[in-house]
Design a protein around this ligand. Structure first.
Ligand code: B3K
Ligand code: ZN
Length: 898
């Protein structure tokens, strides 16, 4: 590539180039006049030179995009075009020292905004999404999180069509205007960065409630939805109140405004957004009733409502200095929402679900071409960095701090963090420093978790000498190289450890040379490349239980025998450890089947694993929700990761055969369990949404899955009966998922009946799209293509795109990775079609192509062909460009080489 072409490519932003803003803004007075043709935006910015950024006059630099500038006034003087410089994405005003007032007038067309960033229309509703850099599409402004201002917003709109006008903070004035228009003025007394700005205008219904804070202040709570949906907001409201209480009790965080509002919108790029006092949600994460939402939906709603609410302190009052620090708020807030959900439901089940997500999605990211540290050092498009690494691995990093400090010191650290930084925009390092200073624990080396990418592998080997009763445990670590980071340092890794005695009881731990018997569990901190500890008084037959509670986001390579794993699967007192043991055992058996299939040998599922399943099924001390997790085999993508090359067809076939074997061999147990649990489920009326009841339904659905997998008519008949669309959604979906891969008329009829019942409910229709797209039957891709013409489908709605396209590309490995490359070509077509509409979603959709190195030559070639076709599009967004070009970066003939 020649130099000119290289320079035209999108350029990265680097952490090392961070400089504080030359000017700060103290107040913003925004007037937004919504109109059918144009929306006029007037911003009055009162600012001053930033003493932390040097002295003397400096030009005022404002960001701006996709708008028409109408006029600029500086300190009362209307500027002519010669006085300022208008660039493609910036407006540079004359140099100013000291204070200034700038008035910027511009106009925008929210109705044409399909990127869903900034101010846009979703149906008949105006709403905003400003994180990360959407505010610059509303007005020219220093759109960076370290500029924090007090906002006052006046919204004007036609009264009849847009009766509800909302923005952050408190409503201070409303009134009528000529020409059937009206206005509302909202004032938010808290300084905030522009990314937390929000406004909404539309015809909305709402549910109202209130919350009394622990200091006795009454807060009004409102959830706004399309009229007619008010009844489906009860669960979100209860979740909000539980979150508010929990945050007071566990963190001492009290809500700070008089009103807290949530608005549900149907077109939204992600889950939800924590705008100060005015959260905006994807309606999928607000609306729920038992007829249309599954238990999983109910739990996700609770978790996301909590997450966004928790941001009020961890994110809004204390925010990020720059976007490299994103995990400061996201990792911490995910940790908080995970703990909230663990407290509300079952801690062990939650931990298993979080570990599974991390391993299924984050580990591959960390091992691929887009791997980046929890605190990235460079980006082209920041929206591409709202990743599982920044969020979920970031949460694991905070969890490890919690583990290393202990709960009391952790809480002291949080208190100090708030005391030091409330009202500021700070860095991950500021957070770690507060934790360190409050606890006295040195976290110098721990900071590597923020700067080094890649998933460490911890190898555990042990020797137990029955004569001396000593068990010597050696832990060693290695951190793989990742793009831009060839060599790594050892990181401090907390390995929570117990020794399980032959009777199933944990053995009191005593390190060699220590006096007295200790606790039955310890956190061993592995800091060097390799360390050995010796335990004394260890009875014969003892098996180590390692990485309990998934105490670090690492891969564990431990020398357990099959017998050890079977023992732990039945006896480990740690729920994660127990689940993990059965997962490992199953993984070994499944991988053996894959090898056999590759070599053309007969491939049966190891009967020892079947026996372990039988033991677990008979263990009536286990909570149903946990048992459901225990009895689910590792997914295809986890198995693919465990192989050097993900042999898609063999992995699929092996897993299918294993499920058939388990269904067949344990048929009577599944039947008994299923019938017992189903009989306990009320046929109609009130649905019990307690944790225990949800757990029973999860287990019934797991059993149903195996009943169908067995292939026996009696199993299939149960699923067909449960699929009748008049049931509650958890049960109907459980049945449809169980039937979805069958080549039988009953499956088609069940899906058709479901479609007919729900075709006018977009959120339920998404479930149907995802089922259709997720079926492993041959011909699924053609069905997916045909569904683009379904009246309920639209490329402009991200939920539809994720359900139908994502349901196929991310939810259906065996058909997406069809050896003929048809799945890849389809995805490239869709990415190219979507990119001009919504680059952010298009970039997300590109993800399944990124890890082409995991596949055989033919597939890898077809995947890189698809990526090259995407990169070759001359008008490609920088969002998609970044993902696709990084994916190709060290491919032979890559566009970056030469
Ligand atoms: N902070 C938002 C995510 C914004 C994504 C911008 N592309 C939701 C959340 O994490 O709570
Ligand atoms: Zn968040």
């Amino acid at each position: 590539m020649d130099r000119a072409a290289a320079e035209a490519l999108p350029q990265p932003v680097r952490l090392q180039d961070y400089a504080p803003p030359a000017h700060l803004i103290d107040t913003v007075d925004l007037t937004v006049e919504l109109g059918d043709d144009w929306t006029r935006v007037t911003a009055v910015l009162s600012g001053r030179r930033n003493p932390a950024a040097g002295s003397g006059p400096a030009p005022i630099v404002l960001d701006g995009q996709d708008q028409q500038l109408l006029s600029v006034t500086l300190d009362g003087r209307r500027l002519s075009e010669a006085d300022y410089r208008l660039e493609a994405e910036r407006l540079v005003l004359p140099a100013v020292d000291g204070e200034f007032v700038a008035v910027i007038e511009g106009r925008i067309r929210p109705q044409d905004n399909t990127a869903l960033e900034g101010l846009y229309r979703s149906g008949d509703l105006y709403c905003t999404q400003c994180e990360a850099e959407g505010f610059r599409r509303i007005t020219y402004y220093p759109d960076r999180p370290d500029v924090m201002a007090v906002f006052t917003v006046r919204i004007e709109a036609e009264k009849e069509r847009f009766p509800v006008l909302l923005a952050n903070g408190n409503c201070v004035e409303t009134g009528d205007l000529p020409f059937d228009r009206h206005f509302a003025v909202w004032h938010d007394p808290f300084r905030k960065p522009a990314y937390l700005f929000a406004m909404v205008a539309g015809n909305l219904g709402w549910r109202e409630d209130s919350f009394t804070t622990r200091s006795g202040r009454e807060v009004a709570l409102r959830i706004y939805v399309d009229p007619g949906n008010e009844d489906r907001t009860g669960h979100a409201m209860e979740s909000l109140k539980r979150s508010m209480r929990w945050d007071e009790e566990v963190y001492g965080f009290e809500y700070d405004l008089d009103i807290f509002m949530i608005v549900a919108v149907s077109a939204f790029n992600m889950g939800a957004m924590e705008n100060k006092g005015l959260n905006i949600f994807n309606d999928k994460f607000i609306l729920a009733d038992p007829a249309s939402a599954t238990d999983g939906d109910f739990q996700r709603i609770e978790g996301i409502v909590a997450h966004e609410y928790f941001h009020n302190w961890t994110g809004n009052r204390i925010t990020c200095r720059d976007w490299f620090q994103l995990s400061l708020k996201e990792g911490l807030t995910v940790f908080r929402d995970q703990e909230f959900s663990a407290d509300m439901h079952d801690r062990g089940v939650k931990r298993v679900a979080d570990a599974r997500l991390l391993r299924t999605v984050q580990f591959p990211e960390d091992a691929g071409p887009t791997a980046h540290p929890v605190r990235p050092e460079t980006y082209i498009e920041i929206n591409n960095f709202y990743t599982v690494t920044v969020y979920e691995k970031g949460s694991e990093v905070v969890r490890m701090i919690h583990t290393l400090l202990g709960p009391e010191n952790y809480r002291k650290g949080i208190d100090l963090y708030v005391e030091r930084h409330d009202g500021q925009a700070v860095t991950c390092d500021d957070f770690v420093a507060a934790m360190e200073d409050a606890s006295g624990v040195d976290l110098t080396r721990f900071r590597l978790w923020y700067s080094q990418a890649g998933t460490p592998t911890v190898k555990a080997r042990w020797q137990h000498d029955p004569a001396s009763r000593r068990l010597e445990l050696t832990l060693s670590q290695s951190v793989p190289s990742t793009p831009g980071q060839a060599s790594k340092l050892p990181m401090p890794i907390p390995v929570r450890t117990a020794l399980i005695g032959r009777n199933g009881e944990p053995v009191p731990l005593r390190l060699d040379g220590e006096a007295g018997a200790g606790d039955t569990e310890r956190v061993l901190l592995l800091e060097q490349a390799s360390e050995t500890v010796t335990f004394a008084d260890v009875p014969p037959g003892t098996v180590p239980s390692l990485l309990r509670g998934f105490s670090a986001p690492v891969k564990l390579d431990a020398s357990w025998s099959e017998a050890d794993l079977a023992f732990l699967a039945g006896a480990d007192s740690d729920p994660f450890g127990r689940w993990e043991a059965l997962q490992s055992l199953s993984t070994r058996a499944l991988l053996a089947m894959v090898s056999a299939l590759r070599e053309g040998r007969a491939a049966g599922f190891d009967p020892r694993v079947v026996a372990a399943f039988r033991t677990s099924l008979a263990d009536d001390r286990l909570e149903p929700a946990f048992l459901a997790e225990l009895l689910s085999l590792p997914g295809e993508s986890l198995l693919g990761q465990a192989l050097d090359t993900w042999h898609v067809d063999e992995v699929h076939a092996a897993r299918r055969e294993a499920r058939r074997t388990l269904g067949e061999a344990l048929f009577d147990l599944w039947t008994g369990l299923y019938d017992r649990l189903s009989a306990a489920e009320p046929a109609g009326g009130e649905v019990d949404l307690s944790t225990a009841a949800m757990g029973r339904r999860a287990l019934a659905n797991a059993a149903l899955g195996y009943l169908v997998a067995s292939g026996r008519e009696a199993g299939i008949a149960r699923a067909v009966a449960q699929a009748r669309p008049d049931g509650t959604m958890t049960r109907v979906m459980g049945a449809l998922v169980a039937l979805n891969d069958l080549e039988r008329g009953e499956r088609d009829q069940a899906l058709a009946a479901f479609h007919d019942r729900w075709q006018h409910d977009p959120l339920v229709l998404d479930k149907w799209f995802a089922l259709k797209a997720g079926s492993s039957r041959r011909g699924t891709l053609d069905e997916v293509r045909a569904l683009f013409d379904h009246p309920g489908f639209s490329l402009r709605n991200p939920n539809r795109v994720r359900a139908l396209i994502g349901g196929f590309t991310a939810g259906n490995p065996v058909r997406f990775h069809e050896a003929d490359g048809s799945g890849y070509a389809f995805l490239a077509d869709q990415v190219l079609a979507l990119d001009p509409i919504n680059p952010q979603v298009a970039a997300r959709m590109t993800q399944p192509l990124v890890r082409w190195r995991k596949f055989d030559r033919g597939r890898a070639q077809a995947m890189t062909d698809a990526l090259r076709r995407i990169v070759a599009q001359p008008t490609l967004s920088k969002d998609v460009y970044e993902i696709a070009s990084k994916a190709l970066s060290s491919a032979p003939d890559s566009p970056q080489s030469g």
